[in-house]
Each structure stands twice: as C-alpha cells, then as structure tokens.
Write a protein that binds this ligand. Sequence first.
Ligand code: BG6
Length: 315
Amino acid sequence: MSSEKSRYYEVCKGFNGLDKVLLRDPRGSSAEVYLYGGHVTSWKNDHGEELLFLSSKATFKPPKAIRGGIPICFPQFSCHGNLDRHGFARNRFWAIDDHPPPFPTNTSNKAFVDLILKPSEEEMKIWPHSFEFRLRVALGPGGDLMLTSRIRNTNTDGKPFSFTFAYHTYFSVSDICEVRVEGLETLDYLDNLQKKKRFTEQGDALTFESEVDKMYLSTPTKIAIIDHEKKRTYVLRKDGLPDAVVWNPWDKKAKAMADFGDNEYKHMVCVEAAAIEKPITLKPGEEWKGRLELSIVPSSYCSGQLDPRRVLQCS
Ligand code: BG6
C-alpha cells in the first residue's frame, strides 16, 4: 500500500478479531467496512457523529449477519427466492481488490476501498453461477458515503443469471416518532406485513407509529429522511436501484430478535435502495452497476423552516 493511500485507508482488527478497513477523509469524515459481509458498519461526519445505526447486540459472529450498518442483500432480497433471507453476500468473507478494473473516479475522493466477492464451491452448490461482485466504498466531498456495486456474470456455460439486490441501510435517528421520509408519497408499494399485497401510499410524507415493512416500487432517484429532533436530513441518491424498502421492526419484533436491543427500534430506520420487483438478468460477460450515495444536509432544519422538497430537488 502506498504511503499516500495509507493516510486515507487502514486495515485493522474489529470486533471478534474480524478484519475491517478504516477510511478517513482529510476533511474529517470516516467510515468502517468489515471484510465479513463487505459490510459498512460506521459512517461518521466531520464532527465524529455516527450516522448509521449499529445494534449494541450485533454479534460479529459468522455466519450471522451484522445487525446494523449497511448489509448487502445479494443474490436475493428477503425471501424472494429459495436462498436464506437476503442471500449470502452479507455473510461471506470478501477480499480487498487491489487491482479493480478501470473505474470512473472522482479524483477528489481519496478515501476509498475496493472489495471483491467471488463464489466458492459452497455458494456454487446453493446458487450455481459464477460471478464477480466488486464493491467500492468511498467518502466524497462533504463527507458523503458512496457505494458502487458492479456485478458481472462470469459463467462459462453460456447461462444467464438473475438476482435481486438491496443496500439494507440502517440510519441512526434520534426518535423514530419524529422522523419523516420524503419522496415515496403516492407511490405503489407491496406490504410485507399483509402478504405482499399492493397498496398506494397516501399523499403525505411517511411517518412512523407502528411496525413498517414496505417495498415501494419505481421510486425516484432521491429520497430524504428528515430527523426533526436532530435537525438533520439524510439524502439518498441512487442509480440502477428502482425500488426502496422501508423497515422498522417496532417493539414486538425488536424483542424477538436476539441481536437487537428491545428499545433500539426507536433509534433506527432502514431505507433500502433496491432492485427487487424486476430482477436483474445478466448474460455471460455482462455487468450491472448499482450505486448509492448518502449525504446529510448540515442545516438546522426544523419543521416549517425548510421545505424538504427543496432538499430533494436541489442537485
Ligand atoms: C427487511 C425486510 O429488508 O429486512 C424485513 O423487508 C426483514 O422483512 C428485515 O425482517 C430484517 O431481516 P434480517 O434477515 O436481517 O433479520
């Protein structure tokens, strides 16, 4: 590793002796990525404030996926197929990719890491396809967190494959009852709590007062999560990911999860940029790209002061 690179990037031991990559941007923001799962577990702004939720009960014990951060759901989202829920990428060991193929990079992004997942015999038994999954995690100007997934079909038997995908992002929020999600109003969604029945969302921003597990279809490229108490707005920008899942387990399901604190549901919301309704199909040699960019609007937004739509409309 060059000394230039090592100023921004360091490999060290995380919980339970698992390897993690620490990214530090010269402007102060940082992120942590575990090789287990290719899993981002931390994203901090230049004041050192954590922006992602990570459960205090997360186990960091393979084969259990890490509870919180940004699990990668691949090649199957949730139970949309025969594999275990959310596929296997989140509980496999990824490798650092020192020689990724050319990548159109923004030269001002110095803090980034490239990871790669290729199937072993174990995965080939449950999903008989050869693939290369390259994940770049980067910190951008202003502390943005950018994830780019590139998935290539490397089958030599001439067969295409199909998959579903999600960046299962757990955002840290001060109080779920004070949170609004903007950008999903009036869209159709499938409600996981009602046997995936299709509904149309009401015209107002989404608020939370009970368990939510909805998959919104054909969503816009930008979604905002407004945390009134923290006076902070997260902005998600996504590309190649038409769907968006919104999940909060609320009290009963929280209690039923061994790796999730009973009251932690109050301090998180998952808004997951995804490709689910129409699975992605790749022929041998073809590559798919799915990109997620997270930023926070460092304004002192509080109800009525700033129209959240303006946050969504500005580039
Ligand atoms: C969400 C799903 O994406 O993930 C929920 O929509 C699911 O149905 C949740 O409960 C958590 O899944 P897991 O496997 O990490 O407990």
